[in-house]
Ligand binder design. Structure first.
Ligand SMILES: [Zn+2]
Length: 382
């Protein structure tokens, strides 16, 4: 994500902060002090930082469990409204998805219990308006603890609302998927999620709670996107890469110079070329590589000098969803397709989108939404 920078790395996962995150620190400073009360302002900033530490730990809960199930986590991003853990794919088994979704709120339950053990909570104090006012408005360690107790409780309760794509909604989808399969479960969970979003929206407007209104928008569009993704995945899972690669592709030989591939690119629509030694590909040349070579004045150089020798290999029996996932995990755009040891041709993300469009026309009589590359579990702070 643009406009964000890395602040830490845990278990190989980059934790990044979006630049707008600093707005929330400003809000904290203004709420607790402002210019006339620098001590209060500092307290507000500290409170916000600790609150986001809880959100980060929540995201790490999702991420570490996902890693345990063999799902690589791309990064965790902290935004003013909460955090997002970017997983490279959705879990295959509903049970895994259920546990990944559960792990986040469970972290906040643990934090809540630890904070609870650190000292007594004046039960009356939290309920009685007057005492609450006295106890929770003066900057102190105790105020910090009580606020964080409340915030972690809210994080648990809010995220467990079965409003897909919030954690509770993901758990609901997983439970439904055990009986109905993913496409139907996702459709149902998305509809329920959008119902909740409308409800959040109404409550937000009538109580002047703008962050709830923002969350409503996030949930509404998130649910729609997830539904489109699940449908796309279902289509992609029914297609094999052996039926989607370019069977009539032009190829290059190891003796060819860059000028030859320039000719090919100008006279055909093909963007990627395999450099062959006999029937075996030695490397791949993409349009981007060629343009870089031309910029560097390498038009007369050998193609072997600019080709990428490391490339993604997939079997012809793999589904397009498998290939899309492998490319996302390895950060590639093109894969070489093999039938056992025999090289067949190249397949790119563009070929996959093309095959997907054709297949969704055939299956549903209309174009589908293009699937997004990653899956995310979203978090919100209220
Ligand atoms: Zn979560």
């Amino acid at each position: 994500m643009g406009w964000s920078f890395k602040i830490a790395e845990v278990s190989g996962i980059n934790i990044r902060i979006h630049i707008t995150f600093f707005l929330i620190l400003l809000v904290g400073a203004l709420q607790w002090g402002g210019a006339s009360n620098p001590q209060g302002a500092l307290f507000g900033i500290l409170l916000m930082l600790l609150l986001f530490l809880c959100v980060t730990l929540h995201e790490l809960g999702h991420s570490l469990v996902a890693q345990r199930f063999g799902i690589p986590v791309r990064e965790i991003i902290l935004l003013p409204l909460g955090g997002v853990a970017l997983l490279t794919r959705t879990p295959d088994k509903p049970r895994d998805e259920f546990l990944i979704a559960l792990a986040g709120p469970l972290v906040n339950v643990v934090i809540f219990l630890v904070l609870l053990l650190l000292g007594p909570v004046a039960g009356v104090g939290l309920l009685d308006e007057r005492l609450t006012f006295q106890g929770l408005q003066t900057p102190s360690v105790e105020t910090l603890r009580l606020w964080l107790l409340g915030a972690n409780l809210m994080l648990v309760l809010f995220n467990l609302i079965p409003a897909f794509p919030l954690d509770g909604g993901r758990m609901l989808r997983a439970l439904l998927a055990m009986r109905l399969g993913y496409p139907r479960a996702t459709r149902l969970a998305s509809t329920i999620g959008q119902g909740f979003a409308v409800l959040f929206g109404f409550i937000g407007v009538f109580t002047n709670n703008w962050s709830l209104l923002l969350i409503a928008v996030f949930v509404f569009f998130g649910a729609g996107q997830e539904n489109a993704d699940a449908t796309a995945k279902h289509v992609l899972r029914t297609l094999r890469v052996g039926d989607a690669y370019n069977k009539h592709a032009l190829t290059l030989a190891i003796g060819d110079r860059v000028s030859r591939v320039v000719d090919y690119i100008l006279t055909s629509y093909q963007p990627d070329f395999a450099v062959m030694q006999g029937s075996r590909p030695l490397g791949i040349v993409t349009r981007a590589t060629v343009l870089r070579a031309l910029q560097a004045g390498l038009e007369d150089g050998f193609i072997t000098g600019i080709m990428e020798r490391e490339f993604v290999k997939v079997d012809a029996t793999a589904t397009l969803d498998d290939v899309r996932r492998t490319l996302a995990e390895q950060g590639g755009r093109v894969a070489a397709v093999y039938d056992g040891q025999t090289y067949l041709g190249l397949v790119s993300l563009e070929d996959i989108s093309e095959a997907f469009l054709v297949a969704s026309f055939l299956q549903r009589g209309g174009p589908g939404a293009t699937p997004s590359e990653t899956d995310r579990t979203g978090e919100v702070v209220v």
